[in-house]
Write a protein that binds this ligand. Structure first.
Ligand SMILES: NC(=O)c1ccc[n+]([C@@H]2O[C@H](COP(=O)([O-])OP(=O)(O)OC[C@H]3O[C@@H](n4cnc5c(N)ncnc54)[C@H](OP(=O)(O)O)[C@@H]3O)[C@@H](O)[C@H]2O)c1
Length: 281
């Protein structure tokens, strides 16, 4: 299968394309640079549409996603920090502020809907195709302090489920297109900021190998048995007491938030000490 990679950073796109070409000589790999947080969504998707024109896309994977820099209260996460001493530059570059709202919606929702809009007509004409939308267990289990993220992933789950009913199935009314929502728990990536793997935090390779076993079989899945067991356990606890489960998760999230804030304070102190040392040299 030839591959089209669509993402934001040209250098990373080229590096991934080289990796694929080295592992699968003869396969063609095309890179399309697009920033899905760009407010000019019409321009973004007409560019992507032009780049895809004439290609028969058999499998579409909507993987792009944006989360909060760390768990945070909604109002704090989207607070306008332009009154900060640096004019809000540090907060903005870390991903905080009112723009987090639009960025997350554009990255997690608008991109998926538009990529389906661009690619699925060809699949419908050919009466075959597969769309894999990457959601998150955050749409199934409580995720306070990641409220925006969890809510956008709920959209991914619902959109995929209904689209699968509309376009799945064969026969007179079916288009024979599989639309699957894969909802991982933690995977060891840049987004999760977890580098060591374990049973509950698989590597991307382990996760993808497992998730691909479910394609065409399960329309909505975590894609990985230990994550499914975790979700079932939490759903069971919720069936006994939803509020108790919500409080338990909130306490865990507050722990993660405290750890992240301590790390941030340490890094800030190190930066200030380095600046002071440089100034006295
Ligand atoms: N990792 C987890 O624990 C976890 C758990 C549940 C669900 N998920 C979901 O899994 C998917 C993949 O996440 P990941 O962990 O692999 O995240 P990641 O390491 O942060 O990778 C995200 C990918 O999206 C691209 N991207 C980010 N912002 C973009 C933008 N504005 N425009 C275009 N491309 C952009 C990134 O490109 P650059 O590198 O160029 O920025 C990168 O290729 C996401 O949908 C995420 O929500 C992840």
């Amino acid at each position: 299968m030839d591959v089209v990679l669509v993402s934001r950073t040209q250098a990373k796109l080229e590096a991934t394309a080289e990796e694929i070409r080295a592992e699968h000589p003869g396969r063609r790999v095309k890179c399309v640079r697009a920033d899905f947080t760009d407010p000019d969504t019409a321009a973004v998707y007409s560019h992507v549409g032009r780049e895809l024109h004439g290609l028969e896309v058999g499998v579409l994977v909507n993987n792009v996603g944006l989360s909060h820099p760390h768990p945070e209260y909604f109002l704090k996460a989207v607070e306008d920090r332009s009154g900060d001493a640096d004019g809000g530059k540090a907060a903005l570059s870390a991903g905080w502020g009112p723009q987090l709202i639009d960025n997350m919606i554009r990255c997690n929702i608008t991109s998926m809907v538009n990529m389906c809009r661009l690619v699925m007509p060809g699949m419908v004409d050919r009466k075959r195709g597969c769309v894999i939308n990457i959601g998150s267990t955050a749409s199934r289990i409580p995720c306070p302090l990641l409220t925006m993220y969890g809510a956008t992933k709920k959209f991914v789950e619902k959109f995929s489920r209904e689209l699968n009913t509309e376009y799945g199935g064969r026969g007179k009314h079916g288009s024979n297109i599989t639309v699957q929502c894969v909802m991982p728990g933690f995977v060891a990536t840049k987004m999760s900021k977890i580098s060591s793997t374990s049973l509950m935090v698989p590597s991307p390779d382990t996760f993808v190998r497992s998730a691909l076993q479910t394609t065409g079989l399960e329309p909505v899945t975590t894609g990985y048995l230990p994550h499914s067991l975790m979700v079932k356990g939490i759903e069971l606890a919720e069936s006994i007491s939803e509020s108790m489960m919500a409080r338990t998760v909130m306490n865990n999230m507050l722990g993660l938030r405290s750890r992240a804030l301590r790390r941030q304070a340490r890094e800030q102190q190190q930066r200030e000490e380095a600046q002071a040392a440089a100034a006295t040299d």
